[in-house]
Design a binder for this molecule. Structure first.
Ligand SMILES: [Fe+2]
Ligand SMILES: [Fe+2]
Length: 186
């Protein structure tokens, strides 16, 4: 293995989260009625599935196997914030989550001594993640007449609070690895 256990763990964690995202959005894409949201959601789930593939490939290039991890960031979100009740809430929780992904990937890209394989993978994925944030933001704006601007703002706040809580818990739970990788930011 060309990397240490901590990097193997976090890349495996990213891979698991990307798989959870792909499965979650894939199920949604299957159940939505024809619309621009259905179109974007389909592209979105395909992107997340590709990201899982890129991390799997990246680990293979580094001669490391993906660790089997039982939980993902998304599972903890749902446990903290509750299941989203409608499509607007699903998009709101997704926007908050995608924001967190971008912060985390940016933070990781900026750490010193990162293997080029990881750097390249982060770069490719970040382009897609940027688009995820954009289409969801636009979709939420288009929902304002139906759900109300204030209601959407409050929903985003509720999920942002849940995100902070889950992020803090994740840091505490994995403090040694995260400190070793210099990835802590509160
Ligand atoms: Fe992704
Ligand atoms: Fe994403």
């Amino acid at each position: 293995m060309k990397i240490d256990e901590n990097l193997q763990w976090i890349l495996s964690y990213y891979r698991s989260c990307e798989i959870s995202g792909a499965l979650f959005f894939g199920q949604l894409a299957r159940s939505l009625k024809p619309s621009s949201i259905q179109c974007d959601m389909t592209r979105h789930f395909a992107d997340e599935a590709q990201h899982a593939r890129y991390w799997t490939n990246c680990l293979a290039e580094l001669e490391a196997e993906p660790l089997k991890l039982c939980t993902s960031y998304q599972d903890q979100y749902i446990a903290t914030a509750g299941l989203p009740a409608n499509l607007m809430e699903i998009l709101a929780i997704t926007q908050v989550f995608e924001n967190r992904v971008i912060i985390q990937y940016n933070l990781h890209a900026a750490t010193a001594g990162l293997p080029p394989e990881v750097q390249d993978t982060l770069k490719v994925i970040m382009t897609d993640e940027q688009w995820h944030l954009e289409w969801i933001r636009d979709a939420l704006i288009s929902m304002e007449p139906e759900y109300g601007k204030d209601n959407i703002r409050q929903t985003l706040k509720r999920f942002t609070d849940a995100d902070r809580e889950v992020y803090q818990k994740t840091i505490v739970e994995h403090v040694e690895r995260i400190n070793h990788l210099e990835l802590a930011r509160r």
